[in-house]
Design a protein around this ligand. Structure first.
Ligand code: AHR
Length: 666
């Protein structure tokens, strides 16, 4: 969880990066037995299966990834439930917060607007998430729940005037809604704005003498990903789909743990009608005191149903992570009351069993029925479940064990994921792995946020892992260059390191970069895969590396050697090969982290004679500090060209500092 954002310095020192790179390579270069000129791929000897789940994505509501990000809602604090109920709102005239007879018992606060007769009026302004993005030509659904206490009957409505205000404080949309019931009623308005504004405000005025109560004010774009109701921002969701992810891990990360029991992530609070999903503070509101975000809460509008639906829509296996009874161990002492005692763990375990029923159970079951009522009678086919995030010590094991027993007893086909803690090695890691073997979990979640040197030196990390024990889920990783920028340097190091995932696909079954999203004006942690603001998106070089792996994963590992040995940094070359059985394509991924070009001859042993066509997709730059930003999103992109083999030979010229994916037709 440690992310040293105190180093919030700009980093533009490519020369220094090159020196680091050279230093990182030195040991491998010295150990090379002979100059590497030729690579061989045994096309006729397919090895380990590469799991369809191999390259996935990890979503956490950090950096405003959910509310203000992927979740398309435009109103912040729509239910007046933040600690300051008017956070996100500016009230004027006579507006108070009430809790008596609320519309939604689990979100009990609401606003009461009373007419004052004064020229200043009574109303509320919402600022959205650092502004509300309105695009001309698009339609938006405004809704709120309200009741009038005027008791005047239907003929004498109260009136709410709806306005959209631009950055120049000019009104660019106005309309009226009548409120005529003394009972909580949903009022709606379809808005087609006559102008665009990336940082608009919504204003609601009470126009008539009287008093109304108002709650759950929502402004939702009609255009969402797949046009889903209560849906997602299309550009961000499409970017996820375009990664071709095999697995979708949610909802975190540290937010699963919470810093207290009360604030932990509880999936049951995130399903059912959105209006009644209780708001929770987001731990990234306060985790880094030097980067405090008092307005960071979870509305849970993007909840477990929506996560499962998204996984299905992007073709990824859903992988929920559940709290194991421990609050964040970084933030709490081992004997804290914020941990659930082992003897009291049953409700937590029941949550896990109920989640499996929610995802997979028949519509006649309690939780299967809820899924069906929410719009998905068919099961979500949940196969993977992770218990605990970054936990460690006996505290974790004594809690994980009863989860494993209960899940195995009721749902033996569910693959259970335990964790190896927050560190990639060391005392806790060494304690946890044997325990995972003893508990016979199916996969172990490893995390590493490390330097470029670490990534380059550890491409053989999995070469000597136990082949018979649990499989590896590299559940959170990212190369942290100085300043934590998403530059090409970090992406290249990840590409090189990931060759080791693929070469060891018999051990590594899943991997997910972390974190996924970051709002440019509200982030807590970087680097992150995708950056965005209200209207724009920037896919980092790291994104394109993930995408190249996701789109070119293949189904079986092919042996790739140079001088009879696998290649994991020798002379600065990292390589792996795979066969894609459905297409018959041979895929060779190769990173050259040298500052010189390399010419290599590739022999595809077992390839039929004749010329074979293919494609080469490549990312390269001698500017290691190159980044894609919101203003310049296309600074570094993969480029594609055609290639042809000469029989079973292919001459390869690898540019300096490059990652290449060769895809050759069999
Ligand atoms: O990815 C950011 C954080 O890093 C995650 O919440 C946590 O699991 C890890 O410490």
């Amino acid at each position: 969880m440690k992310n040293d954002n105190s180093i919030l310095r700009q980093w533009h020192k490519p020369a220094a990066a090159l020196l680091l790179l050279a230093a990182a390579l030195l040991p491998n270069s010295l150990h090379a037995q002979a100059a590497i000129n030729e690579l061989s791929v045994a096309v006729d000897k397919p090895g380990a299966v590469i799991q369809p789940t191999m390259y996935g994505i990890f979503f956490e509501d950090i950096n405003f990834g959910a509310d203000g990000g992927l979740y398309a809602e435009l109103i912040k604090n729509r239910s007046f439930e933040f600690e300051n109920p008017f956070s996100g709102w500016v009230s004027f005239g006579n507006v108070t917060v009430q809790t008596k007879d609320p519309a939604f018992p689990r979100n009990p606060h609401y606003a009461r607007l009373s007419y004052t007769g004064q020229i200043t009026g009574t109303g509320l302004d919402n600022e959205g998430f650092r502004g509300i993005a309105i695009v001309k030509g698009e339609k938006y659904d405004l809704s709120f729940y309200a009741r009038t206490s005027n008791n005047k009957g239907k003929s004498e409505n109260d009136t709410v005037r709806v306005e959209l205000i631009n950055q120049g404080n000019n009104i660019f949309y106005t309309e009226k809604i009548g409120v005529n019931s003394a009972k909580w009623t949903k009022y709606t308005l379809s808005i087609a704005a006559d102008g665009s504004c990336s940082k608009a405000r919504l204003r609601l005025w009470l126009e008539t003498p009287g008093t109304i109560d108002m709650d759950h004010v929502s402004l939702f774009p009609q255009k969402t990903f797949n046009n889903d109701p209560n849906g997602l921002r299309p550009d961000l969701a499409q970017a996820l789909k375009d990664l071709h992810p095999g697995v979708f891990r949610f909802p975190g990360g540290c937010i699963v743990e919470g810093t207290t029991r009360a604030t932990r992530y509880q999936w049951k609070n995130t399903v059912g009608p959105v209006e009644n999903r209780p708001t929770n503070i987001n731990r990234w509101n306060y985790t880094f005191p030097y980067k405090k975000f008092p307005d960071y809460y979870q509305s849970y509008g993007l909840g477990f149903y929506e996560y499962f639906r998204l996984a299905e829509e992007i073709g990824a296996e859903p992988l929920p992570v559940l709290n194991c009874g421990l609050s964040c161990q970084f933030e709490n002492d081992p004997d804290t009351k914020e941990n659930c005692a082992v003897k009291d763990l049953q409700p937590y375990i029941q949550d896990a069993l109920d989640l499996i029923e929610f995802a997979n159970g028949p519509v006649t079951s309690k939780w299967g029925k809820l899924r069906s009522d929410m719009g998905h009678p068919d099961p979500f086919h949940l196969k993977l479940l992770s218990v605990g995030n970054e936990q460690w010590s006996k505290l974790y094991i004594e809690r994980l064990e009863p989860f494993v027993k209960a899940i195995r007893a009721k749902y033996p086909d569910i693959r259970i994921i335990g964790g190896a803690g927050p560190y990639s090695d060391g005392e806790e890691f060494d304690y946890l792995w044997p325990e995972m073997r003893r508990l016979q979990v199916n996969l172990v979640d490893e995390h590493f946020y490390k330097s470029p040197e670490w990534f380059l030196r550890n491409a053989r990390r999995y070469d000597n892992y136990d082949r018979k024990g649990p499989k590896v889920f590299a559940g959170e990783y990212a190369c942290h260059v100085e300043g934590q920028h998403n530059n090409f340097y970090s992406a290249l190091c990840e590409a090189a390191f990931m060759t080791g995932f693929e070469r060891n696909a018999d051990v590594v079954n899943l991997c997910t970069y972390a974190p996924l999203f970051a709002r440019i004006d509200a982030w807590q942690w970087r680097p992150d895969l995708i950056w965005f603001d209200n209207l724009r998106i920037a896919k980092t070089p790291n994104y394109y590396v993930q995408q190249l792996y996701g789109m070119n994963k293949g189904t079986r590992v092919l042996p790739l050697t140079a001088n009879g040995q696998t290649l994991a940094g020798e002379e600065g070359i990292y390589a792996t090969a795979a066969l894609d059985e459905p297409t018959g394509d041979i895929i060779v991924k190769i990173a050259n982290v040298n500052i010189q070009a390399r010419r290599l001859s590739l022999t595809l042993d077992g390839l039929a004679s004749g010329k074979h066509a293919g494609t080469l997709i490549r990312m390269n730059s001698t500017n290691l500090s190159l980044e894609n930003t919101l203003d310049k999103p296309n600074e570094i992109l993969p480029s594609t060209s055609e290639i042809t083999t000469d029989g079973n030979k292919l001459g390869m010229t690898l540019p300096p500092l490059s990652f290449s994916v060769y895809r050759i037709k069999k």
